[in-house]
Ligand binder design. Sequence first.
Ligand SMILES: [Zn+2]
Length: 444
Amino acid sequence: MNTEQRFWNPVLETMPLEKIRELQLKKFRKIFDWAYNHSKFHRSLYDKAGIKPGDIRSMDDIRHVPKVEKSMMRDIQRKDPFPYGDALCVPLEEVVEFRQTSGTTGQPVYQPDTWQDWDWWAESWAFILWAQGYRPSDRVFIPFGYNIFVAFWAGHYAAEKLGCEVVPGGVLDTKARILKIQELQATAMMATPTYVLGMADTARDKLDIDPSSLTIDKITCAGEPGASIPTTKKRMEEAWGAKVYDHAGATEIGAWSFECTEQSGGLHVNEALFLVEIEDTETGEIIEEPGKRGKMIITALDRQAMPCVRFDSKDIIEWSPEPCPCGRTFRILKGGVVGRSDDITKVKGVLLSPSAIEEVVRGIEGLSDEFEVIVDKVGDVDRITLKIELQPDAVSQQESVQRQLVDQLRLKTNLGYKLEFHDYGTLPRYDVKAKRFRDLRKNH
Ligand SMILES: [Zn+2]
């Protein structure tokens, strides 16, 4: 491996856009045929829509292929072949990996992978890590529970594939992980934004260690959108004295995107391995032009055991008008994943996205990293309560913090809030993915 090389796969990452489209069409036809011929679930879905292998001749034809929803995958699982159901395209004997989704709502979806799929997971993560400056000289610490969720397992194997030295921080507690990073002089780590901020607090409050004095110089985030929210990214980078990079992926899709070292304000879609379409949520049309938001419909072009073909991910995204200065031709999603279509809710008739509140809270000095948003009704009127904490050294500034909060929230979200200040350390702390937004109106 030439460590001076800028790209993990120079041919694919700099391919002209029209060549990428040709490659995507060719691969889409192949995965569609594979799903049609090997899974009863897909065949019956496509037969009902009157689409057969051979019918897809252009990118436009792809738009007529029915979408798959997560609820459909939930419905078929725990049936034959157990436990995956009839979307499984290979004999059970070929399945070597079990994972399940970590979503905060509903029954998790089971995900099988073959050894070839597992190799594909590591390869797609290798694009990510190389683009974020990981090289064989890195010592990568992974503070992750190594459990039934896929996230950092694939990052672990990809780091090994690159030639990095990998330290699995499995069952250690947070304090022990920080001390191990210090002892081994680790240079990189991978974690959720919530955990990156939580580790920094633990280092300072419990160990009297300034995390920026440690040797970590790059952090790969996944699992939550924080690393693409400028104010949250800034908090993480300042706390650790490190570059923080975003990645969005999903168990049932794969590792489909990455931020590169240029930090150009978005995520590259790995267009050699995935096809991303943006669907207008009102009209159902596919959006090609930059700057217009819609939800992501995604196809994993090479995944075999349980294919992901036109999966309705519910992620809200938009194309950036600018190519990235890094030289990759893979298109950029401006601001990363900017929301979830199930999270974006109407309050008092105004669309509210939880990440807009996060951006405001994390941008105000004197507030801790924790917050909680609760939407409920008083009589017929919607109410949003925002619970925040002041840093211990900012208690005397409550009035000015409150004023900034009210102004910024009004400016960024067009809504008024009931503010509740809590003592530092009293709001719930989360280890991995935080659940900071609750809409109690949905229970009625
Ligand atoms: Zn780039």
